[in-house]
Write a protein that binds this ligand. Structure first.
Ligand code: HEM
Length: 367
């Protein structure tokens, strides 16, 4: 028989160690906070940078809302209107697009550094798990935002993406096999990608995902502040600096520099100019699917393997990687930071190679 009292006591103990409410005061969370100084200290800036890009997304996204129309008849025209006729519209749209890529890039770097620094160790398991969910939400922001300009390439890419979700059902047993189809129908909303899909992606992109991300980020930051910065290296650092005001000052200087760089890039380089397809062609249901459509760069690490290997291999690999990510604090409990650094380095090499050379690798094996 399960001893309910023991279970409840165990759960209460787990929660009180992860959220020590006695430290919920200005002195413990702000005045006393120190940031260790060592060779991996730069890793402590990556979460703040990701958060800064999220702030830019919220502000630039709110400006875009003034003019964007979430209907299949007007979405594309409204985006073109923003780009060519609204004062500063192209700048805001470019900032939103560039900063979305930066947010995803830094969320990945942040995960890799937090892993290498073993920042997931007890009592930071909840910080880590909230982080993993934040990363998935960030990817979903990218997927839903891609459809909103309602252009030929985006609508077709979304069809492929949603079909892949349904495809998973073939490999699941019993009634579980229906879940991916139900998911696709829920997000698609009608028999083919159309007005209902655009409406649902819009609701996700501008309301549901920001609220979810905001709430989880609150939990993430609360647990970071309650526990202070993790040690980060195997031999405890001998030096540290005050969070207020030294580290915060450096953080703000970095944010200001990054903002300036983003501003100049958004002013000079339209995000669309780097894409291999004419992004500005509106969706035409009678038009042909563009040859060789690709998702955004941040999905290449899974897209090219999907093109080269059987679907079930990628499915199993994804389930394994996602499970490892969620259970990292327990799986790598006894692993040294040296080994963790090695694993993070290997993962970084894989991500870089697939993102930069994915297309060449694809052609090499296909021809
Ligand atoms: C939207 C995405 C995210 C935002 C905005 C964010 C933000 C932050 C911030 C501001 C910090 C404190 C400064 C720092 O240590 O860098 C932090 C710490 C942390 N984050 Fe994230 N984070 C995100 C995603 C992630 C992901 C994907 C993971 C890993 C799965 C993660 C794991 C952690 C951990 C373990 C800490 C504690 C670091 C320490 O104590 O030294 N976060 N995050």
């Amino acid at each position: 028989m399960i001893d309910m009292e023991k279970v409840t006591r165990g759960l209460a103990e787990f929660a009180s160690e992860r959220f020590p409410v006695d430290k919920l005061n200005f002195h413990s969370m702000v005045e006393k906070k120190e940031v260790p100084i060592h060779r991996m200290s730069w890793g402590y800036y990556t979460g703040g940078l990701t958060m800064f890009f999220f702030m830019i997304q919220v502000v630039s996204g709110l400006f875009l809302l003034f003019y964007y129309q979430p209907t299949v008849s007007d979405a594309h025209v409204s985006v073109e209107y923003i780009s060519h006729h609204v004062a500063g519209g192209a700048l805001i749209r470019n900032m939103h697009a560039w900063s979305s890529s930066c947010m995803i890039f830094f969320a990945m770097v942040h995960l890799l550094t937090a892993f290498a620094m073993k920042s997931f160790e007890k009592p930071r398991e909840i910080t880590w798990i909230a982080g993993v969910i934040l990363l998935f939400i960030t990817f979903t922001f990218g997927f839903t935002g891609y459809l909103l300009p309602w252009n030929q390439i985006a609508v077709n890419a979304t069809k492929v993406g949603l079909q892949s979700v349904e495809y998973v059902g073939q490999y699941l047993p019993g009634q579980l096999a229906d879940v991916p189809r139900i998911l696709r129908e829920t997000f698609q909303g009608e028999s083919s990608v159309g007005q209902s899909t655009l409406g649902r992606f819009y609701a996700l992109h501008v309301v549901i995902l920001p609220l979810l991300l905001g709430a989880l980020l609150g939990l993430h930051l609360l647990s970071v502040q309650l526990h202070g910065m993790s040690q980060g290296v195997d031999v405890p650092a001998r030096k540290s600096e005050k969070f207020v005001s030294i580290f915060i000052f450096k953080d703000l200087t970095l944010w200001a520099t990054v903002f300036l760089a983003l501003f100049v890039v958004a002013l000079c380089i339209p995000f669309d100019s780097l894409l291999p397809f004419p992004l500005l062609a509106p969706f035409n249901a009678l038009g042909s699917t563009p040859q060789g459509i690709k998702p955004e760069w941040y999905f290449y690490f899974v897209y090219y393997p999907l093109e080269l290997l059987p679907f079930w291999v990628i499915l199993i690999a994804s389930i394994v990687v996602v499970s490892i990510l969620f259970f990292t604090p327990w799986i790598f409990k006894g692993t040294s930071r040296r080994t963790l650094g090695f694993i993070a380095g290997a993962a970084t090499a894989y991500l870089l190679v697939m993102t930069i050379f994915g297309e060449q690798i694809y052609h090499f094996f296909k021809h």
